[in-house]
Design a protein around this ligand. Structure first.
Ligand code: B16
Length: 217
């Protein structure tokens, strides 16, 4: 029996992917390195430093670890400046209503995001109050496709992984959910690749997959 639904953040509950892309693109432009939307897609779900390696892969020169730390800090400062303009209207269509309905149907809900900015995003969008637990990039050492963040979310909910379903828009995220022993629902980009056990293009399409269990207020 499925008792919990674990949500990725960037690209699933909030469309912050475009902001990540813009902030990385500004850095790449400043360094005169080509950076394509295809590379941006590969940054989905992977950690900040692993994303930076993707941004730098077409660079003609190598950078020191110190320079890379500086680039990552610069990108994050730019990204956080963009996040300061986030409001509840910036959530994915249907996100709050779908979370509310799943809660009412008796499912435990958690965030499973590799982002260290997840707390700020949940606060600005108001989504935090609809979740029972939050596992984010500040709590893990290995980013997706490693299952650590999904296993952390399941542990916080006190629900066995086999009774959880992972919802993610990144191929790395679907791999992580599967490696955690969970069912998977691919959304957006990952759904275009038919990567999940179920593949959806709107969050409302989750609702038929999770029928009512015990009601909760
Ligand atoms: P930050 P998710 C991931 O979040 C993003 O998809 C990925 O693009 C980003 O590099 C990573 O978080 C780290 O984010 O720089 O904010 O700590 O998709 O796992 O919610």
């Amino acid at each position: 029996m499925i008792r919990a639904v674990l949500f990725d953040l960037d690209g699933v509950l909030v469309d912050t992917d475009a902001l990540h892309y813009q902030a990385w693109k500004e850095l790449a432009d400043r360094l005169n390195i080509p950076f394509t939307p295809e590379q941006g897609n590969r940054c989905r779900g992977v950690s900040r430093m692993d994303s930076l390696e993707i941004v730098l892969e077409r660079s003609p020169r190598a950078y020191s670890p110190e320079e890379k730390e500086t680039f990552a800090r610069e990108k994050n400062a730019r990204y956080q400046a963009m996040l300061s303009a986030l409001t509840p209207e910036h959530t994915t269509p249907g996100a709050a209503a779908v979370l509310q309905t799943l809660r009412k149907r008796g499912y435990r809900l958690a965030l499973a995001s590799g982002s260290k900015n997840a707390g700020l995003i949940l606060e600005r969008t108001g989504l935090g109050r609809l979740l029972d637990a939050v596992a984010d990039g500040t709590m893990i050492t290995r980013s997706k496709p490693d299952p650590e963040v999904f296993l952390t979310a399941a542990r916080l909910l006190e629900v066995p992984p086999a009774q959880c379903v992972a919802v993610d828009d990144a191929l790395a995220g679907i791999q992580a959910g599967r490696a955690a022993g969970m069912g998977t629902v691919a959304f957006g980009d990952a759904a275009l690749h038919q990567a999940g056990d179920h593949n959806i293009q709107t969050l409302e399409q989750l609702l038929p997959l999770f029928p009512a269990q015990e009601e909760r207020p």
